[in-house]
Design a protein around this ligand. Structure first.
Ligand code: SAH
Length: 204
């Protein structure tokens, strides 16, 4: 908490995130345009903030950590589950990815479309639907980013839409706590690695 400018936030994140490409992507996306106007002065705090529909825009540190773990490269095909404000999708696009971002709430998706157009972000296709089923039309993906907590396990449909060599990062709620899980599809199948504790809104 406490950062008052994009530069101060990126400096604060530099302590935790070693990937300079990710820090540059965070610096390139105007987070203040993705939060409700009344919260704009808090946009550069390292905190999750409320957005419309009772949802939240994720904490910048967690967005950066997830993007670093996904190791997104120029031209990667990326599925983003839970568009919300569109901020996380914009960070993935700033890393050079082609992004499909799926949201269940039409009002949030429409708001994200307006913000992304106003900010001038290209390379993101917003789709409406149940993200637990992924978006088979554009699969397979080099990376899948899930921004809402799945109950019990990573939705199998999402794992099934990972390309060989693909990475997936998702918060999973299990036994009263929530952890990020990194999934990699290697030549011998899926490898799942539980990581740090996090807090996300639920995937429904
Ligand atoms: N990535 C967003 C924040 C996401 S909050 C941002 O950068 O602002 C989680 C989002 O997931 C919410 O917008 C919620 O409506 C959406 N969501 C929850 N369950 C979903 C589902 N099954 N399919 C698609 N979206 C879902």
């Amino acid at each position: 908490m406490g950062a008052e400018s994009m530069e101060a936030l990126v400096e604060e994140l530099r302590g935790a995130i070693a990937d300079e490409r990710v820090l540059a992507a965070i610096a390139a996306v105007p987070r203040d345009r993705f939060v409700p106007p009344a919260l704009r002065r808090h946009a550069w705090c390292d905190a999750a903030l409320p957005i419309a529909g009772g949802q939240t825009i994720s904490q910048p540190r967690v967005v950066a950590q997830m993007a670093a773990l996904l190791a997104v490269r120029e031209g990667d095909r990326v599925l983003d589950v839970g568009t919300g404000s569109g901020y996380h999708a914009a960070v993935l696009a700033a890393l050079g990815a082609r992004v499909w971002s799926i949201e269940r709430d039409p009002a949030l998706s429409a708001g994200a479309a307006r913000t992304l157009a106003a900010v001038g972000v290209d390379g993101i296709e917003l789709v409406l639907g149940d993200g637990t089923r992924g978006w088979p039309a554009a699969a397979p993906y080099d990376a899948i980013n899930v921004a809402a907590a799945a109950a019990g396990e990573v939705p199998p449909a999402l794992e099934a839409q990972l390309a060989e060599g693909g990475r997936l990062i998702a918060p999973v709620a299990r036994g009263g706590s929530e952890h990020l899980i990194l999934v990699r599809r290697g030549p011998d199948g899926l490898e799942r690695t539980p990581l740090n504790a996090v807090r996300f809104v639920p995937l429904r």
